[in-house]
Design a protein around this ligand. Structure first.
Ligand code: ATP
Ligand code: MG
Length: 765
């Protein structure tokens, strides 16, 4: 036609424009970071609606567009509206999970659910699995339910329903498949599904009801997929099923940015594309619009150390700009200080905090940056996970520490009395609470008072008594040991560290790292009181909605995003590349780490600053650290090395062991798994999902404040009963008082013999 090309096409180069205008037939855009893949998808959406709405009666609901996060979907929605100058509604735009949920709610009955089915969070899943294992008489100590959950998730990632599983995994003597079947049956009864089911049920639906599949295949005339390199098998099958009739499917991705293989993603899907859609057109984009040449060159060089790449050249027209900064520092504190200084300097030059990001490999790394930014009064947000002091394991540990510093802290006591499990159940807590209320004393005081009575079962007297004894001992330790040593002892001797060490939960290693970071933090303070004071100040520092905030997030969460100024801390062997990635997956693991480094550097528009420390404090010990091999792989001509490790050269003069294969140093980061739920479920779905940590956190926020030190001495109490009184005890029945000691009575019960009980559980006979 002779009509002038729409304005939005002007913002594209020739290859991009080719990709945008090739609307029909299968199309694969395979290109490096920052080459405009996402922009192509967005423009293509606009172009589809603009050119085909009239001529071919294309309706928005015939378009299916998949993004990796919910936030990306929202952005795409806005961009398309902007390009078209009008809002678009009714199309299928979202993550695989949100789209699947939307589809399933329409056809729930066909797979045995009701349309208001619940989406379980991982806590619920584990609870359910535990019940099932219990009924099947499988020892949960030997075979942790969390491990089973992981196994089932991986099967679901592969699109395997229980009937289709034919690999045997080491769990409950080959019983995992059977348990999986029972679990699926149970979920149906509960009208619930888990996260993986959203896709799996769709696949089942398509298979069992070809008519329904047909309906969608006919409906979806155009399909678009971003971040294609990170789709797993289930998602791939889902897409392929949808695309088979019209075959107008456009996928964009970058094999060098595949960073989710640990969650079942398969880069092989890129290669499969061309065989599944013969004659597919492949467009390569090589011009990078995001980063300066030095940044681009550094990232491009780094990634060449990986084998088996599809390989691509990237170039940019942008100005030369700064080289990539590589800064060696003495320790983690210096690292945070330096980043803080840089941020302040940028701000002085009028640069907004929203243009800056600190991208970490693992969650434990955020602590020092959070502290520093709080000290400097720079607003920040932690994306994809709770702030450091709000994480579950940190709150637990803080509760222990509070109990040492302040032995009558009721909330702290209640939080940890059964963490790790000490068999303290509801009934026992009820008894403690009732007594605490009656006597107007704090909960720990109530416990101390009751442990030598028979109000508590012998087992409880032993376990709670043991714990209280421990707290007394730890409190006394403060007299001749450093507070850091005491905290370390508390976490170890209470069994708390071991609880996570033996946990099979996917983020348990990350939690151990966080605990280590906490102990390091404590070392920065004079004593426990000043540390706890600091924490309450940090927690109160509600960073009200400043628009300009520095972003702190994991590298995994940063995919697809861009910032002018990017800080990449912790480039040390063992931290990044992460030890467990290498231990568990060898070269493959290392290569995925390198792709993560590539993702990290390529997030930067104007400046990338890589940092490494010569020393890290691991729990209470200093260890020297080696700079990451990735630092060495950066090309000299594109980087500016600034070393201030205080040593002139690599390594430190502390203890000889570098970051080793210690078991605390394990994998991913806090909650990549769980935070992803919130990223990929649409707003509409989130209300269905029994939102895990958010709710818990909201509740926990309340328990931050210690409830004050209520002094109390049991000697000051006296009973209104005297020897010879006829009384009745709520549990032991009628009896006669035979001795009185303060508010404690010895009573001869008619049924159960002589027992020591407390006054407040007695009624006149
Ligand atoms: P990633 O691999 O990190 O997801 P990408 O390939 O999706 O990157 P985009 O995010 O789409 O890249 O684009 C990177 C940046 O370059 C964006 O700021 C985008 O607006 C800009 N950009 C893309 N194409 C062009 C173009 N033709 N002209 C000007 N700017 C462009
Ligand atoms: Mg992108």
């Amino acid at each position: 036609s002779d009509a002038p090309a729409p304005a939005y096409l002007d913002n594209l180069n020739a290859e991009q424009r080719d990709a945008v205008e090739t609307l029909d037939g299968p199309l694969l855009v395979l290109a490096g970071a920052g080459t405009g893949k996402t922009r192509v998808l967005t423009t293509r959406l606009a172009h589809l609606l603009e050119t085909k709405a009239q001529s071919e009666r294309l309706h928005p609901h015939q378009i299916l567009a998949v993004t990796f996060t919910n936030r990306a979907a929202k952005e795409m929605q806005e961009r398309v509206a902007q390009a078209l100058g009008r809002p678009v509604e009714g199309w299928w735009l979202g993550t695989f999970h949100s789209l699947s949920a939307r589809l399933l709610r329409r056809h729930a009955d066909l797979i045995g659910l009701q349309s208001n089915f619940t989406i379980l969070d991982s806590d619920d899943q584990v609870r359910l699995l535990k019940q099932i294992m219990d009924a099947e008489q499988i020892d949960p100590k030997k075979w942790p339910a969390k491990q089973l959950m992981g196994i089932i998730q991986r099967w679901k990632d592969k699109g395997l329903t229980p009937e289709r599983v034919n690999e045997s995994v080491e769990f409950a003597n080959g019983g995992a498949k059977h348990l999986y079947q029972i679990y699926q049956d149970r979920l149906k009864v509960l009208n619930a599904c888990d996260f993986g089911d959203l896709l799996l049920h769709c696949l089942t639906l398509f298979q069992k009801h070809p008519d329904v599949l047909k309906q969608y295949q006919n409906t979806f005339r155009y399909i678009l997929v971003d971040e294609y390199q990170d789709t797993n098998v289930a998602q791939y099958l889902w897409l392929r099923a949808m695309a088979m009739v019209h075959r107008n499917i456009c996928c964009v991705g970058d094999d060098d940015q595949a960073i989710y293989s640990w969650r079942g993603a398969e880069v092989g899907n890129i290669l499969r594309f061309e065989s599944d859609f013969p004659g597919a057109k492949v467009v390569k984009l090589e011009q990078n619009y995001r980063s300066t040449p030095h940044i681009l060159a550094a990232a491009s060089k780094l990634i060449t150390f990986n084998d088996g790449r599809l390989g691509k050249q990237l170039w940019t027209e942008l100005d030369t700009g700064e080289k990539v900064f590589v800064k060696g520092v003495w320790d983690g504190e210096a690292e945070a200080r330096l980043v803080g200084e840089d941020i302040e300097a940028l701000q002085r030059n009028g640069i907004g905090a929203a243009q800056m990001a600190i991208l970490v490999r693992a969650g434990f790394q955020t602590r020092e940056f959070e502290e520093r930014l709080i000290t400097l009064g720079i607003p920040y947000r932690v994306v994809g996970g709770p702030r450091f002091y709000e994480r579950q394991e940190i709150r637990d540990a803080l509760a222990y520490i509070r109990m040492v510093a302040q032995p009558n802290d009721s909330l702290a006591f209640e939080r940890i009395v059964n963490v790790p499990k000490r068999g303290v159940g509801k009934a026992t807590l009820q008894t403690l609470h009732q007594y605490s209320r009656d006597q107007a004393i704090p909960l720990p005081a109530a416990a101390r008072d009751l442990i030598d009575t028979e109000e508590l079962k012998p087992k409880m007297r032993q376990s709670i008594g043991g714990l209280l004894g421990d707290f007394k001992r730890w409190g006394e330790m403060l007299a001749d040991k450093s507070h850091v040593e005491v905290v370390q002892a508390v976490l170890d001797e209470s069994g708390y560290t071991d609880m996570w060490r033996t946990s099979k939960e996917i983020d348990a290693p990350g939690r151990l790292e966080n605990l280590s970071a906490l102990v390091s933090a404590i070392g920065e303070f004079e004593n426990l009181t000043s540390f706890l004071e600091h924490v309450s100040l940090v927690m109160e520092n509600v960073q009200n909605d400043a628009d300009e905030k520095v972003t702190i997030m994991t590298l995994h969460a940063a995919k697809g995003l861009e910032f002018d100024y990017v800080f990449l801390p912790g480039w040390e062997e063992g931290v990044f590349p992460h030890q467990r990635a290498m231990d568990e997956s060898g070269v493959k693991g290392l290569e995925e780490e390198r792709r993560l480094a590539y993702v990290g550097i390529t997030r930067a528009r104007k400046r990338a600053t890589v940092l490494y420390a010569a020393n890290r404090r691991i729990y209470n010990q200093w260890q020297s650290a080696l700079p990451s091999r990735f630092v060495d792989e950066l090309p000299d001509e594109h980087i500016d090395r600034i070393s201030d490790t205080g040593l002139g050269g690599h390594g430190g003069n502390h203890s000889p062991g570098a970051w080793g294969a210690d078991d605390w140093m394990k994998m991913p980061s806090w909650a990549d798994e769980s935070s992803n739920r919130n990223q990929v479920l649409g707003a509409g779905e989130r209300k269905f999902a029994s939102s895990g940590w958010q709710d818990r956190m909201r509740k926990n926020v309340i328990d931050v404040k210690p409830d004050g030190d209520v002094s109390f001495s049991s000697n000051s109490k006296s009973s209104k009963y005297k020897v010879g009184d006829a009384v009745r005890h709520r549990k032991f029945g009628p009896g006669t008082v035979s001795a009185v000691e303060g508010n404690k009575l010895e009573i001869h019960f008619e049924g159960v013999g002589t027992k020591k009980v407390v006054d407040s559980f007695i009624l006149p006979g």
